[in-house]
Design a protein. Sequence first.
Lengths: 212, 261
Amino acid sequence: MTGPLRRSLTEQSWGALYDFLDPNRPGKTGPGRDEAAAARCLEVTRKLAVFFASRGCGEADDLAAETILRVAGKAAQIARSTGEDPLGYFFGVARNIYLEWLRDARRETVKRESALRDPTVHPVHDANSWRNEEAVHRCLDRCMATLTGTARRLLVSYYSDEKAAKIERHRRLAEEFGKSVNALRIEVHRMRKVLRQCVLGCVQPALAGGSR
Amino acid sequence: MNGETREDVVLRRYLLGSVAPDVRERIEERLFSDDRIFWEHLSLVEDELIESYVSNELESEDAQRFERSFLCTDERRSKLEFVRALRAYVATRQPVSISIWRRLQETVSVPAWAVAAAVAVILALPVAGGLFRRPAERSDVGATDVSASLSTGLVRSATGELPRLELSSNCKLLRLRVEPDEEHPRYRATLHEVAGGEIWSQSLAPAAVDGRTAVTLTLPCELLPVGDYYVTLRDAARPDVSPSPAAMAASSRASFRVLRP
C-alpha cells in the first residue's frame, strides 16, 4: 500500500476496508491485528495493477489506488451485507473504473498515443537505488549469504547462461536437484522473491548511509 | 523458455495485453478469485517475462509491448532493475557448474589452467601444524572473520590427511589468501566442492601481502559446511573452459577439509 493512498483514507474508512478484507479482524487485538488485512490489501493492489496494466492502462498503479479508495469509501456498508466476496467486489469496481478510464482515454486519444511513444512515460522506479552497481552488489552479496548454500548455487546457476545454453542448463539443474523443470522454476521464483525483498531492503539504506 | 506450458504462453500474452477479450475475461475471473496457485503462477510468468526481456529473448513485437505497456507499474520497473542487477552480479561470479563428477563422464577438452593453476592449501591444521609459516596464518576458531593462507605445491600432510580448516558456528566471513603459481594482472579464483561442483568464484586482482603476491578470496562461512574443497586460480583474461576429466583427476589439485564443531 502506498503512502499517499494510506494518508488519503480516513482512519474510519481504513478500518472498514481492513474489516472487509479480513472478517476476523474486529475480534483481534494487539499489534498483529492488521497483519492479515494489510497483506490481503497489498495482494489486491497488486492484482488490480495487473488487471489495469493488461488492459493497456498506462496509469495502472493510480487506477489500482483509485479502486482501493472507492471500495474503502463503501467498505462499511459492504461489510454489513452478508456473503459479499471481497475480491469479486474489487473486480467489479475495477471494471467500472476501467470503463471510465476508457471513455476518458478516447477523449484524449491523441494525447495518450503520444504519451505511449514517449520513453520517459515509464521512468525506472527508484532508479537511483540501482545505479550504484557497487552498492547493489554488496547488497546482493549480503542477501545471497542469507540463502542456504544449495539455494545460492541453484540461483546463480539458473542465471548463468543465455538462451539455448540456459535451457539445457536448467534441464540439467533440475536433474541434479532431483526435480522437474517446472518444480525448479517455482523454487527459483520463490527464492528470487525472497532475494529481491532482501536487496530492496538493503539497497536504499546502503546508499543513504554512504559506502559500507 | 524451458518448461513453458500452454498456460504459460497464454498468461504471458495476457500480461503483454495481447489476448482476445474472452480469454482475458476468463483469466481475470481467476485473478480475482482465491485461487492462490493461479496467482503464484501468474507472478512466476511475470518474473520470467521480465527475464526474457533482459536476456533479449522476446520477439520484437513483444519487446515493444513490454516497453510500452507492460512496464507501466512501479513494481515491474523495480523487478526489471533487480533482474538486471542480479544478472550483472552473477556475471561477475563464475557460473556454478553442474556436478563435477558428471563432467568427468563427459568428453571435454583439457584446459591447461586446471592443472597448472591448482593450488595447495596450507590451513589451520592440527594434524600438520608444522606447515604454518606464521601463527597469523592459522584460522581463528570461534572468530566471526576467519583468515587462512594458501600456497601452491603441497596438498596433503605427511600423514596423507587433508589439511583441515575448523570453522565455528560464529564464523561469518572466510578470507582465503592464495599465492598463485603464475603472474597475471587478474585471476579467477574458484572454490570447488569435491563432491559437488563450483560453489564460489570471484575475479580478483593480486596484492602484495608481507612481500608475497596473493589474491584473497572472501566468502561467507555459511557456504562451507563440513566437507572437502579445493581452490583453483586461473588467468581471468583467458576464456572459461570446463575442467576436463584429465584435469579433474590430476593429483596436483589442492584440497582441504572443513570441520565444524
